[in-house]
Design a binder for this molecule. Sequence first.
Ligand SMILES: NC(=O)c1ccc[n+]([C@@H]2O[C@H](COP(=O)([O-])OP(=O)(O)OC[C@H]3O[C@@H](n4cnc5c(N)ncnc54)[C@H](O)[C@@H]3O)[C@@H](O)[C@H]2O)c1
Length: 247
Amino acid sequence: MDKSELILISGGLGVLGQSYAKVLQEDGYKMLLLDINDPSGEYLGEFFKCDISNEQDIEKLSEHLKSIKMPICGLINNASCQPPGIANELEDYSVDTFRKVLEVNLLASFMLTKLVIPYMKEQKKGSIINIGSIQGVVAPTFAVYEGMKITSPLVYSVAKAGMIHFCKWVAAKYGKYNIRCNAVSPGGVGDSQKGGSKFSEVYASRTPLGKMADSSDIADAVRFLISDKAKYITGHNLLVDGGWTIY
Ligand SMILES: NC(=O)c1ccc[n+]([C@@H]2O[C@H](COP(=O)([O-])OP(=O)(O)OC[C@H]3O[C@@H](n4cnc5c(N)ncnc54)[C@H](O)[C@@H]3O)[C@@H](O)[C@H]2O)c1
């Protein structure tokens, strides 16, 4: 990939978004961070405020991309949201909460992919990465959430399974344009989780490598899949989970 080209990162101000920005900046790429929140401090990359689940905001983004006239060769569909009631029991789960999580993961990834494909087709080059999760591959180990303030809801598993399968479809359809689409599926990330130290301990004890991931572990996988070192890899789901899913 030509390093003067642009990579869009949805949820780019988040913990993982910034960890990708760090390594991609080291590799010389330009990044456009799409986030619903304004930055609260220093950040790496250019910022474009945007609710990626909102069609009008995507239209504004489209106009912005036309105006900056940069080739877009990368998209990282990374944003996730925590709407009210995200951790409710299924019996108490609201349709609005379920819908919002699907919108930010799946609908927004569809809209952003739709936006970048014409650029990538024209360049005959592109790498799209969807951020999945172990929860999109295996069922949650509910025992690790017992007595904790967090859980892993059904909608998250469903959304992440969709994000992973999404890549196979895009890979099959656009491979002839040299557009690759892969998923990176993290296990629990220690510097980004909200469960506290007790949760980290319990989680680590269930993980073959004996610890939670660091955000840099996930960024290294993204760095590889974006790069030409992965030029013959498409439709793949790279699990970065310390072995969580081998059982
Ligand atoms: N942290 C983990 O342990 C972990 C594990 C597996 C997978 N993941 C996945 O990694 C990705 C990043 O996670 P993170 O830990 O960095 O989360 P984070 O909460 O730090 O970052 C998510 C970012 O998305 C932004 N966002 C939310 N809704 C948006 C919208 N509608 N439009 C634009 N931006 C929006 C938020 O403002 C935030 O900056 C997510 O897809 C998450 O599901 C995380």
